[in-house]
Design a protein around this ligand. Structure first.
Ligand code: G6P
Ligand code: ZN
Length: 578
């Protein structure tokens, strides 16, 4: 069904237009625009850049050019995190989809679709792929950020072979194929037909909740949620999970309506940073450390893939969270009742998960930073649960990290631990669960220091210096109080396809399992962000309640000394500590 070549639809290429079945396709001339380099998280820029002439259309056309004939006649999904410009973008994308021979687009009502929900939608409907309009946890609005990414047929972010091709086409593009169809009303669920092209506006919760119901026992969670001695708060940070939280936690699970905070998605996220961490989810943090603190608190990010889990006066680090979910999954979550296939974490994530894998004799994988590395393992049935220190936790029910899944996993664990505790009895809290876990496995004290906006050449010089340090380092060398086991720049060989990812972070691993890791962020927007990850392990229960910053003080000092960070960057303190 190439435009102008199909005899079935009798298309006729007349100069700049072509006829599809039921509508005309205009050929709109365009020119390449610089800087449309696409990564696995798609393309992220200032909103103003995206709204400038043809910017979005050029990228979308390049995507369809990259997909080629393979995508013609197929169905794709479309939706986003509710940020400014998403609704206008949908109309542009629909016209290009029709113009490029896509058969059908399934759009979330009001252009809403959380990232894990899109992954579920693609998988459940066996769609060709889906487009997610989001810049994740970056602020939204006319002066802030916008973004778009393409997910492929198993619901995973497009692999590099596709994103590289898209970038290639952005550099040579000369024509947009735009269908002459009217704008579609996104406010109503239902199907619109434009000749051979169809748009179905869907309830964005339907497929996602169907998937979550296959993972969790909703009636059991409902029973737990409505216990008088349980209290809960979820902070959607005015981002996409606001559109899911009410239907999920209130309607499905019986939570109180006022347990949802900042639950209306806003185009500018209320002016905030929709990033669930101790810095940006400050309202929630304040509540959880107040005397009105509920038993359990959680938050998610712009597009609903990240999560933060809190107990009353207690923060669960993402590294501990994935370990604790993995340790309890089989007993607490029906989807895992026959056990886990394996577990995985990114290299800078703490070793807490490693200890669970060892005890449960599970296959274990250490991958570079980035969710895409988990997808291959999951497709090959090697990994059930995985997580990253960067507030990402998930499982093989979808191919994205999943914020609401993580919250439900914690609810399921709480429900399980309290199943024999009568209402009013000794309730097992989030902190109790974590303390019990540490008693069994030991505690990996963990912290991350971010140095944002460092000049790139200075950051590179520091990494160069570290390369010379690791080249000279030998097993048994003393670094401060620590004795070296190995030092290297992390390389990952994918066990499924054999592909090799090099230079994934400088790491010093010490003989007691403590680690110092340096890497440059792959997601920053201005200059370079140096991330320093520090981890120290203890099995001594007397230390478990100590503050991580106190326990890590000496190893952090060693890290700063070894890297000469201040000498290279001029920074005497990090911009963010998590
Ligand atoms: C995104 C990715 C994650 C990654 C995180 C931090 O959320 O999806 O996989 O861990 O960014 O990446 P960075 O390179 O900035 O440390
Ligand atoms: Zn996100």
């Amino acid at each position: 069904r190439e435009i102008g070549t199909s005899s079935r639809v009798g298309a006729l290429k007349v100069e700049a237009t072509a006829q599809m079945e039921g509508f005309t396709v205009k050929s709109v001339p365009t020119k390449p625009i610089e800087g449309q380099k696409t990564g696995t998280s798609g393309l992220r820029k200032k909103t103003k850049v995206f709204t400038s002439e043809h910017y979005l259309a050029n990228w979308i056309q390049s995507l369809f050019n990259a997909l080629g004939d393979e995508a013609k006649g197929k169905t794709i999904g479309l939706g986003g995190d509710g940020r400014y410009f998403n609704k206008e973008a949908v109309q542009i994308i629909l016209k290009l989809a029709a113009g490029n021979g896509i058969k059908k687009v399934v759009v979330g009502q009001n252009a809403i679709m959380a990232t894990p929900a899109m992954s579920a939608l693609i998988r459940r409907r066996s769609m060709y792929g889906g487009l997610i309009m989001s810049a994740s946890h970056n602020p939204g609005g006319p002066e802030e950020d916008w973004g778009i990414k393409f997910n492929y047929s198993s619901g995973e972010p497009a692999p590099e072979k596709i994103t590289d091709k898209i970038f290639g086409f952005t550099q040579s593009i000369g024509e947009l194929k735009v269908a002459d169809i009217p704008d579609v009303d996104l406010s109503k669920v239902g199907t619109s037909k434009f000749g051979s092209f169809e748009v179905e506006v869907v309830d964005y919760t339907a497929e996602y909740f169907a998937t979550l119901k296959e993972v969790f026992d909703f009636p059991a969670l409902r029973k737990f949620m409505t216990r008088a001695d349980f209290s809960f708060v979820f902070d959607a940070l005015h981002a996409v999970t606001g559109a899911y939280a009410g239907p999920l936690f209130v309607n499905e699970l019986g939570g109180k309506p006022d347990s949802i905070r900042n639950g209306v998605p806003l185009e500018d996220f209320g002016g905030g940073h929709p990033d669930p961490n101790l810095t940006y989810a400050h309202d929630l943090v304040e509540l959880m450390w107040s005397d009105k603190a509920p038993v359990f608190g959680a938050a998610s990010d712009g597009d609903g893939d990240r999560n933060m889990v809190l107990g009353s006066h207690f923060f669960v680090t993402p590294s501990d969270s994935v370990a604790i979910i993995a340790a309890n999954a089989q007993a607490a979550i029906p989807y895992f009742k026959s056990g886990l296939k394996g577990v995985a974490r990114s290299m800078p994530t703490s070793g807490a998960l490693d200890r669970v894998a060892e005890k449960l004799s599970l296959p274990f994988y250490e991958t570079p930073t980035g969710w895409k590395f988990f997808g291959n393992l999951m497709d090959a049935d090697r990994c059930s649960i995985c997580g990253e220190e960067s507030f990402g936790t998930g499982a093989d029910h979808v191919r994205e990290k999943d914020g609401l899944w993580a919250v439900l996993a914690w609810l399921a664990i709480l429900a399980h631990k309290n199943k024999d505790v009568p209402e009013g009895g000794k309730f097992v809290s989030v902190k109790d669960i974590v303390m019990e876990h540490w008693k069994q496995f030991g505690r990996n004290f963990y912290s991350r220091y971010d140095y944002e906006g460092v000049e790139s050449d200075k950051a590179d010089a520091m990494i160069q210096h570290l390369e010379t340090v690791i080249a000279a380092a030998k097993k048994g060398d003393k670094f401060g109080d620590y004795v070296l086991e190995t030092a290297d720049n992390f390389t990952y060989t994918d066990p499924i396809d054999g592909s090799v990812a090099k230079n994934q972070g400088i790491r010093f691993v010490f003989q007691d399992g403590s680690r110092i890791i340096f890497r440059l962020s792959g997601t920053g927007s201005a200059g370079a962000t140096i991330r320093l990850y520090i981890e120290a392990y203890t099995a001594d229960p007397a230390l478990f309640e100590k503050d991580a910053q106190d326990v890590l003080k000496s190893i952090i000092g060693t890290a700063l000394e070894v890297s000469k960070l201040q000498h290279f960057t001029g920074r005497d303190k990090p911009t963010v500590i998590t």
